[in-house]
Write a protein that binds this ligand. Sequence first.
Ligand code: ATP
Ligand code: NCN
Length: 213
Amino acid sequence: MTLTGLLGGSFNPAHRGHRKISRQALDALGLDEIWWLVSPGNPLKTGEGMAPLSARFASARTAARGLPIRVTAIERQLGTRYTADTLKALRRRFPDRHFVWLMGADNLAQFHKWKDWRKIARMVPIAVLARPGYKDDAQAARAMGWLRRFVRPAGQARHWTKWRLPALVLLDLPLDPTSATALRAARPGWHQKFPGTFQTTALRDGVTRRRLR
Ligand SMILES: Nc1ncnc2c1ncn2[C@@H]1O[C@H](COP(=O)(O)OP(=O)(O)OP(=O)(O)O)[C@@H](O)[C@H]1O
Ligand SMILES: O=C(O)c1ccc[n+]([C@@H]2O[C@H](COP(=O)([O-])O)[C@@H](O)[C@H]2O)c1
């Protein structure tokens, strides 16, 4: 079984914070690799100010360099937008992998708004990475009203494949203040550096190549 972390995101653009939390998750959870799922469109975001998938994907490829991270637009290939649907499809398609869902503390604060969020927690363990300014919001998250009883000690994080689900671990590791919102404000035209189409390798056996626009 390959131990695989899933970090879904808009990556508009990808940045040092994504890299940092991925390194932390690789280490704390003893992962073999992480897949960055570059979202065709977060269902809770309007799409305003969202760069094309091709540019976000390319920025993620650059940010992930040198780490055991696979950047993928698999939700585009699967035709899914909601994480619950993506996880259902991935678990069916990759039975030889153990998946853990990774997210920053800001997303835990919103988690109760996600489609079928309790089902998500029943499908995969969830690891929450600390983010500056979101410690209190994460603790007070509406979803925590239900999830709190399933919280596992961070010291046992490497045993996540053995956990009975639902299971949630809060990884309170050194913080990184980088945010895509701040980067976009500083460089609104960032995506012009990543023009055109891109190629993505389908994850199954790495043979199929698809051109996406
Ligand atoms: N600096 C960070 N610290 C902890 N988690 C982070 C950090 N940056 C991003 N994440 C997490 O990475 C995932 C993808 O984030 P995303 O691509 O939305 O970046 P972002 O910086 O949060 O973007 P935006 O500012 O546009 O909302 C989310 O789970 C988010 O919580
Ligand atoms: O499934 C949902 O309802 C849902 C609602 C909001 C966000 N998500 C997912 O959360 C991940 C983080 O999104 P973002 O835009 O905060 O980077 C990304 O994979 C989204 O598809 C999923």
